[in-house]
Design a protein around this ligand. Structure first.
Ligand SMILES: [Zn+2]
Ligand SMILES: [Zn+2]
Length: 284
């Protein structure tokens, strides 16, 4: 959609210059990584946001982690300066902080923006914006001009109020906590799509993320969930997957089974507990 620098790929560019990244025409990946320690390793996770640009309006999917707001704001301003349609909508998949922690600041910074999705309880935190909240249910679409953002079945749902988003033009799925996996900063994975991060062991990092963040997968038959994911991907004709925590998936046929293998493996292991605590300085 927008001009790209000639002759360079994401792999050639320094990490800091990889974002915002257009992962499908008019769909921009923005935000930053978050480092977490687990079993002596430093894992990087994304708390990504995505801007979907139509002819008339743009929608922001997720807000990023609260710490990322300055980065999100800078990336958004860069895109608007390049001619992307103004931000008129915000869609958050659910109420957890890494997904909607910048909600108040986005609504304050973009006074035209309307919050869409399952908007339960947000008015309690932000009564001043209650008139800018619109309910969506499965199949509802927001018209952006030449494309729509649709609320679709949230197969891997973290909260009861979860909806997933779907861009009907480029067939991009926004699955929130679905397809959640970390990556390794030292291996240069930051800002790459899953297929470019060739040294990333997707089944391993998917199973670690499920272990730490999606405890219910221990008590569910993940074969059923994986079948349902396949069904959703087929039904919608998904071409690209834009997860909040994982690297974007641009080859659905090749990459989705690797993530599913991780979900199925994690379901068979006992829960390992939460992140390691960094020792307090001076403690014995
Ligand atoms: Zn999450
Ligand atoms: Zn990273």
């Amino acid at each position: 959609m927008l001009d790209k620098p000639q002759g360079t790929t994401a792999l050639d560019r320094p990490v800091a210059e990889r974002m915002p990244r257009e992962i499908a025409p008019g769909v921009f990946w923005i935000g930053d990584c978050l480092a977490q320690r687990h079993k002596g390793k430093v894992y990087h996770g994304y708390n990504a946001a995505f801007l979907v640009a139509g002819d008339e309006a743009s929608i922001l999917v997720e807000t990023g982690h609260p710490k990322d707001f300055p980065v999100i704001e800078r990336h958004l301003n860069e895109l608007f300066a390049r001619g992307v349609a103004p931000l008129k909508y915000l869609f958050v998949t659910h109420q957890e902080t890494p997904h909607c922690g910048g909600l108040g600041r986005i609504l304050k910074t973009c006074p035209e923006a309307i919050l869409c999705g399952d908007v339960s309880d947000y008015h309690l935190a932000f009564p001043q914006y209650e008139h800018r909240m619109r309910w969506m249910k499965e199949g509802d679409e927001i018209d952006l001009g030449g494309r729509t953002l649709m609320a679709v079945e949230p197969v891997i749902r973290d909260l009861r109020t979860t909806w997933w988003g779907f861009d009907t033009k480029e067939r991009v799925l926004f699955p929130g906590d679905g397809f959640a996996y970390s990556h390794y900063h030292e291996d240069g994975h930051c800002g790459l799509v899953a297929e470019e991060a060739v040294s990333l062991d997707l089944p391993d990092v998917s199973s670690t993320f499920a272990d730490l963040a999606l405890f219910w997968t221990k008590f569910a038959d993940m074969n059923v969930y994986c079948d349902r994911l396949d069904h959703l991907i087929d039904r919608l004709g998904v071409k690209t997957i834009a997860p909040t925590h994982g690297l974007p998936i641009t080859d659905v046929k090749v990459t989705v089974p690797k993530v599913q293998a991780g979900l199925k493996a994690a379901a068979l292991m006992p829960e390992s507990g939460t992140n390691e605590k960094v020792p307090v300085a001076g403690a014995a």
